[in-house]
Each structure stands twice: as structure tokens, then as C-alpha cells.
Design a protein around this ligand. Structure first.
Ligand code: CP
Ligand code: NVA
Length: 308
């Protein structure tokens, strides 16, 4: 069974798997962002030649799947996509059997699973590193791209405001900002806040977010305002119950009228719901930069996990 202990690279302690962003140290996170910057600048020549990376996806994906496939190919490795209709997982074969079989063919597994507990089981039974490509609880690869984007668009002492659902993306951002020393404010409706575990983890790292009742107060003076869909994948049956709570939480021109904050969104966006088309398409939107940063941050992550 795969050991989840840290291994040493030449530069810093690094985890064996990347299931949550809290598996990184602040130094490990800095190292990924530094390497991602070097990859973007063409200053990194490490390769994953002759390796195979398995991409196990139970849910749809545009950005994550493609940025991993293209990023892996650019590094000289071969991606193998395993969608929900192509393998036995989800049709009777347990996670632990999938993990032990796939580990013998691939050098690393990237997995987007419905249930975070399944991802933990996958990692426990896999003999190769496992990377979280989104679960119901966390989206740590998104947080890496978000933190690189913030590094690129702001100076030190950055303040970011999250407006909307305290979901998987928010949870990883909370801990990622704590690791990176970014001040985070949260404006989430009652009942839909970021869970206490993530808040406690951030507090332990010395970076507890500030909680706001009002989105308007929360965005004042912020360098960036970040939102995500109110109804995440797998939550369609909660739509009628959830939506009323989010009234007043839309990121629109009125909310941003007194700020010059950048607008962030992990995408896909539901225009007219959590964000307006005008804001998403406007000058302050950095959503395409965020999407672009998925590839170099994930490439840097894989190089570190595979000791290259
Ligand atoms: N942001 C993100 O993970 O997008 P996809 O669902 O398209 O991968
Ligand atoms: N919170 C969203 C993020 C999609 C990238 C979801 O889980 O559907």
C-alpha cells in the first residue's frame, strides 16, 4: 500500500499525494508556484519522458482534463483518459481494486471523483502518487492556479474576497491563501459557509479568513473578488432549496461599483446567476489567466510529485 509520508526532494519536503492543498507546506507551495512561473517563462527543462499519467474522471471537465492531458504531453509523458463510461469503476468494481490494478500501468493517477472519501481510498491502495482533480470537498489544483494568478496580478499584502457558496473551490482557496499569506475574506450566505475544518486548518496556519455577513462590505478595498457557481456538479437536486439563500450574492457591476478589484472565477460560470456576463467579459476579469495557469501549475506539481 502506498505510504502517504512526505518524501524529500532536493529543495523541500513534498507529499507523496496531492489530495488537498493542506498537504503542502508554505515552502512546498512556493516551490510549485516558482516552478510554474519558470515553466511559463520557458526556463524549466525537466521532463517526464516515457511516463504514463492516468486521468480517472467520474465527472465532466473542460479545463482540468485538457490542461493535464496537454501539460503531460508537453513534458514528454503519455496521458491515458479513463472516463466514467470507459472503465469498471462506478459500474461495480471497487475503488481499491481499480487503484491496485492501475498502479501497475501508470506512474501517477489524476482523479476527479464524486466523493472525497473515495479519493482517499484510491490513494491508500495506489502505489503511485494520486492527484485530486476535484472532489465534493476540495479542488486543490484550482487553488494552485488561483494563487499563481494572484501572484501575477497583485503585489504583496493581497486581499481577496470570496462571494458565494462555501464549496470545494472555496475550501481549497481558504487553506491555500493561509499557506501563501494572502488575506482572504468570505461572504457566504447563512448555511452555506466554508466548513469549520477548513477554517480551523487556515487558523492553525496563521491565516484564518475574515467572515462577512455583507458582500458589499466584504469587497471594499479588496484586490480581487472571486466567485463560483452556486450549484456545483452533483447538486442539481438541491437547486430549489439553495438558490433563495444566494439572493444579493451575485458578483455584478453594482457590487463592484466602488472597487477596482479583479474578478476571478474558476469556470465554468453560470452567467446571470453567481456572476453577470458584463463582469465576466469586462476589463477587470482575469478568468482566462486563471484558466491558463492551470497547466503550468499542474506541470510543476507533477514534476515535484515524480521527483523530477
Ligand atoms: N475549473 C475547473 O476545474 O474546470 P473544469 O470543470 O472544466 O475542469
Ligand atoms: N464548484 C464547482 C467547481 C467546478 C470546477 C463544482 O464542483 O461543480
Amino acid at each position: 500500500m502506498h505510504e502517504t509520508a512526505m518524501h524529500e526532494t532536493a529543495h523541500t519536503e513534498f507529499p507523496s499525494d496531492f489530495l488537498t492543498i493542506e498537504s503542502l507546506t508554505p515552502a512546498g507551495l512556493r516551490r510549485i508556484l516558482d516552478r510554474a512561473g519558470a515553466l511559463k517563462a520557458g526556463d524549466e527543462d525537466a521532463r517526464l519522458t516515457d511516463m504514463t499519467v492516468g486521468l480517472l474522471f467520474e465527472k465532466p471537465s473542460t479545463r482540468t482534463r485538457t490542461s493535464f492531458e496537454a501539460g503531460v504531453t508537453q513534458l514528454g509523458a503519455h496521458p491515458t483518459f479513463l472516463g466514467p463510461d470507459e472503465i469498471h469503476l462506478g459500474h461495480g468494481e471497487p475503488v481499491k481494486d481499480t487503484a491496485r490494478a492501475l498502479s501497475q500501468y501508470v506512474d501517477l493517477l489524476v482523479a476527479r471523483l464524486n466523493d472525497h472519501d473515495d479519493l482517499v481510498e484510491l490513494a491508500n491502495y495506489a502505489d503511485v502518487p494520486v492527484v485530486n482533480a476535484l472532489t465534493d470537498q476540495a479542488h486543490p489544483c484550482q487553488a494552485l492556479a488561483d494563487l499563481l494568478t494572484l501572484r501575477e496580478i497583485t503585489d504583496d499584502d493581497t486581499t481577496v474576497t470570496w462571494v458565494g457558496d462555501g464549496n470545494n473551490v472555496a475550501r481549497s482557496l481558504v487553506v491555500g491563501c493561509a499557506l501563501a499569506g494572502v488575506d482572504l475574506r468570505l461572504a457566504t450566505p447563512p448555511g452555506y459557509g466554508v466548513d469549520d475544518d477548513a477554517l480551523a486548518t487556515a487558523a492553525d496556519l496563521g491565516g484564518a479568513p475574515t467572515l462577512f455577513d455583507s458582500p458589499t462590505a466584504a469587497v471594499e478595498g479588496a484586490e480581487a473578488v472571486y466567485t463560483d457557481v452556486w450549484i456545483s456538479m452533483g447538486e442539481a437536486n438541491q437547486r430549489a432549496e439553495k438558490l433563495p439563500a444566494f439572493e444579493g450574492y451575485q458578483v455584478n457591476e453594482e457590487l463592484l461599483a466602488d472597487t477596482d478589484a479583479a474578478v476571478m472565477h474558476c469556470l465554468p460560470a453560470n452567467r446571470g446567476e453567481e456572476v453577470t456576463d458584463a463582469v465576466l467579459e469586462g476589463d477587470r476579469s482575469v478568468v482566462w489567466q486563471q484558466a491558463g495557469n492551470r497547466m503550468p501549475t499542474q506541470q510543476a506539481l507533477l514534476l515535484e510529485l515524480l521527483g523530477r
